[in-house]
Design a protein around this ligand. Structure first.
Ligand code: ADP
Ligand code: MG
Length: 311
């Protein structure tokens, strides 16, 4: 995968983040379609670049896990860093908002398959690559119409963003665990990502972020560190199963030491209910195991790709 920016045809923006845009691009020679994340990185020095490229090699070795987005490489162009990755149809934040816009809710099995895929990816990163993700949130979980569910934006992207944004305000990272908000300098623990996963699943299940608006970093400390943890309930019009409720709430235990790790989550009923035992959801859907999910996924992805054309 040796190519430069000139080998890519820009087809326009498909998403915007804090540090730049993500564009759909086509590799001229192969006609391969990519998602290219362009990060303004005029502040990244050449020493830093070398380190980042070394790091990228680690990230690219994650190609044995089917729930992690493929990376094709990074290049520097006019002071920007371009991260080239596999393109997916939609991110989970957009998907769930589309669903709620039409008055529906994300079906519980879909929440289950998303939870299982994300935990498998996080566990693989940790076990095989010794990487902690640090930025688990709905926009970093990507899906396609066939039922592939993949985690992105770990490793290089996170490192790069960190080096650009050392001064970033706490309030900009709403999925952060209480212990991260209050003790930012302590070593990162996987259980902080478990919290972020809990917030993510809560948000997708309820259709909204669990905390009210934050205007300052103080508001975040007030609510996340001093306030009660968000809690899903069984007795709501949503009719969540007890398995879902227990699973999400266990991720949202405020005391980090009481919070489960990935191995603990994998023993829970909710996880086992939607564990496809190595098979991807796409493969399971291909065998027509769940028409309902299959049809809905297609609808949700189509809604957004139509919207994206006019972005
Ligand atoms: P954030 O994750 O904070 O939203 P990013 O810059 O990482 O910011 O991504 C911006 C948006 O681009 C995401 O919300 C997502 O919708 C979209 N996106 C990112 N990567 C991909 C990809 N590989 N395929 C399709 N869409 C993507
Ligand atoms: Mg992202």
């Amino acid at each position: 995968y040796d190519f430069t920016a000139d080998d890519l045809i820009d087809e326009g923006v498909i998403g915007r983040g804090n540090f730049g845009t993500v564009n759909r691009m086509i590799h001229r020679e192969s006609n391969h379609v990519l998602a290219v994340k362009r990060i303004r990185s005029t502040t990244v020095h050449s020493e830093e670049r070398k380190r980042l490229l070394r790091e990228l090699e680690t990230v690219m070795s994650a190609d044995k896990c089917e729930t992690i987005v493929r990376f094709f490489g990074a290049l520097f162009y006019e002071g920007d860093c371009w991260i080239c990755m596999e393109i997916m149809d939609i991110s989970l934040d957009k998907l769930y908002k589309n669903v709620y816009k039409t008055g529906h809710r994300v079906p519980e099995p879909m929440i289950g398959y998303i939870a299982v895929a994300t935990i498998q990816a996080l566990n693989y990163l940790r076990q095989a690559l010794k990487i902690i993700h640090r930025d688990v949130k709905p926009s970093n979980i990507l899906l396609d119409r066939h039922g592939m569910i993949k985690l992105c934006d770990f490793g290089i992207a996170g490192e790069l963003v960190d080096s650009i944004a050392k001064t970033q305000e706490v309030g900009c990272k709403p999925y952060m665990a209480p212990e991260r908000v209050s003790m930012m300098n302590t070593p990162y623990d996987v259980r902080s990502d478990v919290w972020s996963l809990g917030i993510t699943l809560f948000e997708v299940a309820m259709g909204k972020f669990p905390y009210s608006n934050w205007n300052t970093a103080f508001d975040q400390v007030d609510q996340v560190v001093k306030g009660e943890a968000p809690m899903l309930c069984v007795n709501t019009p949503d009719n969540f199963s007890i398995e879902l409720v227990q699973f999400v709430n266990s991720c949202l235990v405020k005391d980090r030491d009481q919070r489960p790790r990935y191995n603990d989550l994998m023993t829970k009923q909710f996880y086992q209910l939607y564990d496809l035992n190595g098979e991807t959801l796409a493969m399971a859907l291909f065998r027509q195991k769940d028409r309902n999910i299959s049809d809905r996924l297609n609808d949700y992805c189509n809604m957004t790709s139509a919207g994206l054309t006019f972005f």
